[in-house]
Design a protein around this ligand. Structure first.
Ligand code: ADP
Length: 180
C-alpha cells in the first residue's frame, strides 16, 4: 500500500530515505530550502559532494548522501525559473518530479519528501506547480505510460513551509480522489 502525505514543516527534520532539494544548476547551494538543507546536512560536506557532480541542468536531478541529516540521501532537483510559462517551464518541472521518483526507485528508497520545487524565488505560480507535483507523483503510482515504475517507493511526502501551500496540495489530492 502506498501513501501520499502533506506536511507543514522543515524538510531538513524529516526521517525519510530521501529529501528533494530545490537546487540551482551549479549545485552551489543558495537561499531558501537549498540553504536550509546545506546548513543542516553540514555545509562543507555537502558543498564538496555537490562540487564533484559538476552541476545539473534544469529539469534534472542528482544524488548525494544526506550527511548530518536524518534523511539518508538528498535528491537535488533543478526546477525552472518561471518566465511566463511558455519557455518549457511545465515540462522541466514535470521532469524534476518524474526523475526524482525514478531515482528513488532505482536506489531502493521507501520514502521521499519533496520540497515545493520552483515555488520560492524561482516564482512558479503555486497552484500550477502543485498540479504538476501531484499529477506526476500520482502517475508514477498508477504506472502511467512513459513514467518509470516506482519500485520500492511507498511513501511520498509533500513538505510545505506554510499552511497555505499545504492547502493547495490537499485540495488537489482531494479533487483527484473525488474524480476516481
Ligand atoms: P526555488 O528556488 O526552486 O523557487 P526556494 O528554496 O526559493 O526554491 O523555495 C522552494 C519552496 O521551499 C518554497 O515553497 C519555500 O517556502 C520552501 N521552503 C523554504 N525553506 C524550507 C524548509 N526548510 N523546508 C521546507 N520547505 C522550505
Amino acid at each position: 500500500m502506498s501513501a501520499i502525505e502533506v506536511l507543514v514543516g522543515d524538510i531538513t527534520q524529516l526521517y525519510v530515505s530521501a529529501i528533494v532539494n530545490a537546487g540551482n544548476t551549479r549545485l552551489t547551494g543558495g537561499g531558501g530550502v537549498d540553504g536550509a538543507i546545506h546548513a543542516a546536512a553540514g555545509a562543507d560536506k555537502l558543498h564538496e559532494a555537490c562540487a564533484k557532480l559538476g552541476g545539473c541542468p534544469t529539469g534534472d536531478v542528482r544524488l548525494t548522501r544526506g550527511f548530518d541529516l536524518a534523511a539518508e540521501a538528498i535528491i537535488h532537483a533543478v526546477g525552472p525559473v518561471w518566465q511566463g510559462g511558455n519557455r518549457g517551464e511545465p515540462a522541466a518541472l514535470r521532469a524534476c518530479y518524474r526523475k526524482a521518483m525514478a531515482l528513488a526507485a532505482q536506489q531502493g528508497f521507501e520514502s521521499i519528501a519533496f520540497s515545493a520545487i520552483s515555488c520560492g524565488v524561482y516564482g512558479y505560480p503555486h497552484s500550477l506547480a502543485v498540479d504538476i507535483a501531484v499529477s506526476e507523483v500520482m502517475a508514477c503510482f498508477n504506472g502511467a505510460d512513459q513514467v518509470q515504475n516506482i519500485g520500492s517507493v511507498k511513501n511520498v511526502i509533500f513538505c510545505c513551509f506554510n499552511e497555505e501551500m499545504a492547502h493547495l496540495y490537499l485540495d488537489r489530492l482531494e479533487m483527484i480522489n473525488v474524480g476516481n
